[in-house]
Ligand binder design. Structure first.
Ligand code: AMP
Length: 210
């Protein structure tokens, strides 16, 4: 079964994590962030070292490594009974971040909608990221050179992901509005989607079909 998913899309600092965490607290939604998964890895483990090698420079961690880590993490949530794929909607924050990742995930996720958090003023994003770096102790966003590199990587590798999905799946939200306004705009998109999933008849868990 494919995971029902909403993709949160946007440049670093556009508010994907802030909004994703709030939405993930609503019944029937689960927030998943690859940035958080990488930061949670033990820094001395082989996997932690690989992730840090790329993220400290603002580069994307290799696609196979990223998709494997994400897939394993989702499976762990299912096994622990925290994620119920037939009914729960994943709020995907920071993945897919390249066309290759979108291709690798195509068999695993059913993309219900893409919420593109649009930013017209990148300099404002630099300020946001620097403030967040101090608050959260994030090394990658403490260095303006790394931040600029993250934007460049976003434009070159992540923006093209939007072209991978049908246009009518994409809803654009102005990320420079106040956080609560951004949330309001997101909820307007998500409520009908949640209700449509709720209205689907429950499938038998096993052995039906003959
Ligand atoms: P984030 O917290 O989403 O800004 O991600 C922090 C860093 O983690 C990024 O700059 C990348 O180095 C890495 N990262 C997060 N998500 C991905 C992804 N889907 N693919 C590759 N690298 C990622």
């Amino acid at each position: 079964m494919k995971y029902k998913s909403i993709l949160l899309f946007g440049a670093p600092g556009s508010g994907k994590g802030t909004q994703g965490k709030v939405i993930g607290n609503i019944l029937g939604f689960m927030h998943t962030s690859t940035g958080d998964l990488f930061r949670a890895l033990d820094k001395n483990s082989e996997m932690g070292k690989v992730a840090a090698q790329y993220s400290s420079k603002g580069l994307l961690v290799p696609d196979d490594f990223t998709v494997n880590l994400w897939t394993q993490s989702m499976q762990k949530l299912v096994d622990a009974g925290k994620l119920n794929p037939p009914t729960d909607i994943l709020v995907m924050d920071g993945i897919p971040r390249s066309v290759k990742q979108a291709e690798l995930l195509a068999d695993n996720i059913d993309v219900l909608k893409i919420l593109s958090l649009n930013v017209s003023d990148m300099d404002m994003m630099v300020d946001r990221l620097k403030k967040r770096a101090i608050k959260e102790g994030r090394k990658d966003d403490a260095d303006e050179k790394v931040i600029r590199n993250r934007f460049a990587v976003y434009e070159k590798e992540t923006q093209p992901v939007l072209g991978f999905y049908p246009k009518d799946k994409i809803a654009t939200v102005d990320a420079l509005m106040s956080p609560i306004r951004v949330l309001e705009a997101i909820l307007k998109v998500l409520i009908p989607i949640r209700e449509a999933v709720d209205a689907q008849p429950a499938k038998p868990s096993c052995c039906g079909g003959h």
